[in-house]
Design a protein around this ligand. Structure first.
Ligand SMILES: Cc1cc2nc3c(=O)[nH]c(=O)nc-3n(C[C@H](O)[C@H](O)[C@H](O)COP(=O)(O)OP(=O)(O)OC[C@H]3O[C@@H](n4cnc5c(N)ncnc54)[C@H](O)[C@@H]3O)c2cc1C
Length: 436
């Protein structure tokens, strides 16, 4: 007999989609969660995967496994590509390129964001972003192979561009990545090479703002800067990366417009995000003007105007300038599901406004140094580092991942080594774009 229960379709199994799915566990609905990957990825630790501290398995959990005990849900692998908001159907592409349709009574769009190159899409080929496991592995391949290539070159002049790493963007991801490349060079790699001295690796952090980590209190960001300086990261402020090629990056001073070329084979991009492509399809189908970065504007109850059955949550939604952070995603996913439950049960306020509870934010700088900011509480250094560790373990999905991550951290602290340095040699272009 066909399922008579209202059907909720969730696009994306990140923080927002997963929290929405879990909230619907006991609701009188059937749920389909579709994701273009098989796993829920813990993006805040991607940089540790990129720099050999953690494996891709440590920071991702199979969605099927996470939701295995939920009887009312089906998990599908596929990429939503199109939507007919009148017919209430979504077209999705299978991994092999063929398509299928999914109908819905309620749609929760939780597709998240991707890296933005601010109109310079050509940069992507030379400067991978940091939004997926594929990105993290591509970055790992770039970093490790740079040291390996430098080891084989006869002169310092030839080696220098391979040992120069440019990170564009001084937000948490850029700072974490720059710090970790230096830490990897001076601790894990220092004694393993014969020709090169990895500790001489230059890491240049380029940031357009006046200080790194601008979302933190100025006092905390100054402390982070001192830690980066001690670690040997060269921070260049007030600059944008305005050109990138196979062996160079060009920076332009925002005020004077003076340009500088840096000879490098490794440019990593963390400067900016935009909504995933499917957001455009949703905006067009619903007849709404896209918000900043192509995000989906929603009302206070997270619904898209004119379509009370469509919700947008997490990084892909635009509401009151809420930041693109995991807490917003988890809470908004949970709220959208709560409203659907109320709607179906005809009980409670099904249009209650979303109220975000800011529980704080954290950023890792280096071993024994992290920032933690929550209301009036501001921690840095060792205390911040302990707090950062607890928060990340608490939100990492899956017991196995928590245990392995703590074990990997302990091993790295104890030995200084990094065990996850394997690289694969697939075609980076296709490896980073699994769908045709
Ligand atoms: C490197 C990095 C570090 C970060 N560090 C922190 C931090 O320290 N603290 C913090 O609070 N936040 C941090 N964030 C931000 C945080 O990770 C995001 O705010 C959060 O992941 C957003 O959750 P989401 O569910 O909206 O989107 P995502 O987690 O991006 O999930 C979206 C999901 O949708 C899927 N998807 C996308 N398009 C489609 C489609 N068309 N069809 C099917 N599936 C699709 C994707 O595969 C993905 O699984 C960080 C982000 C990054 C990238």
């Amino acid at each position: 007999m066909p399922d008579q229960r209202p059907h909720v379709l969730i696009i994306g199994g990140g923080f927002a989609g997963l929290f929405a799915a879990r909230k619907l566990r006991k609701a009188a609905v059937s749920v389909t969660l579709i994701d273009r990957g098989t796993s829920h990825v813990f993006q805040p630790l991607l940089y540790q995967c990129a720099t050999g501290l953690l494996s891709e398995g440590d920071i991702s959990s199979p969605l099927r496994h996470l939701l295995r005990k939920q009887r009312n849900i089906s998990v599908l692998l596929g990429e939503a590509t199109d939507i007919d908001a009148e017919a209430k159907t979504v077209r999705a592409r299978r991994f092999d390129g063929s398509s299928f349709d999914l109908s819905y009574d309620y749609l929760i769009m939780a597709g998240g964001a991707r890296q933005s190159y601010h109109g310079n899409e050509a940069f992507e080929e030379f400067a991978p972003g940091m939004k997926s496991v594929d990105d993290a592995l591509a970055i790992r391949r770039k970093i490790i192979s740079s040291f390996e290539i430098a080891e084989t070159l006869p002169t310092a002049d030839l080696r220098r561009p391979w040992l120069t790493f440019v990170v564009s963007g001084g937000g948490p991801t850029g700072v974490e990545l720059a710090g970790q490349i230096r830490e990897m060079a001076v601790r894990a790699l220092a004694r393993e090479f014969d020709t090169i001295d990895p500790t001489e690796a230059t890491v240049v952090l380029v940031h357009g703002g006046e200080r790194v980590l601008e979302s933190f209190h100025p006092g905390l960001s100054a402390k982070a800067q001192r830690t980066l300086d001690k670690l040997g990261v060269e921070t260049r402020l007030g600059l944008h990366v305005t050109d990138v090629g196979t062996d160079y990056a060009v920076t332009t001073d925002k005020k004077t417009k003076a340009t500088v070329q840096i000879d490098t084979h490794t440019v990593l991009w963390t400067a900016g995000v935009e909504a995933v492509p499917f957001a455009r399809a949703v905006n067009t189908a619903a007849g709404v003007e896209p918000a900043r970065g192509g995000t989906i504007p929603v009302g206070p109850d997270l619904r898209v105007a004119g379509h009370p059955e469509i919700f947008a949550v997490g990084d892909v939604m635009s509401l009151d300038k809420l930041p693109g952070v995991a807490e917003v995603a988890m809470q908004s996913g949970h709220h959208a599901a709560t409203l659907i439950k109320r709607d179906v049960a005809k009980k409670g306020d099904a249009a209650a406004p979303f109220k975000y509870r800011d529980l704080g934010t954290a950023a890792y700088i280096s071993r024994h140094h992290a920032l933690l900011q929550s209301g009036p509480i501001r921690l840095s250094g060792y205390l911040g580092w302990i707090g950062w560790g607890f928060i990340h373990i608490a939100f990492l999905a899956g017991g196995r991942n928590r245990v392995w991550t703590v074990a990997s951290w302990a091993a790295t602290l104890g030995t200084g080594g990094r065990g996850e340095r394997a690289i694969t040699f697939g075609d980076p272009a296709t490896a980073r774009r699994p769908y045709p």
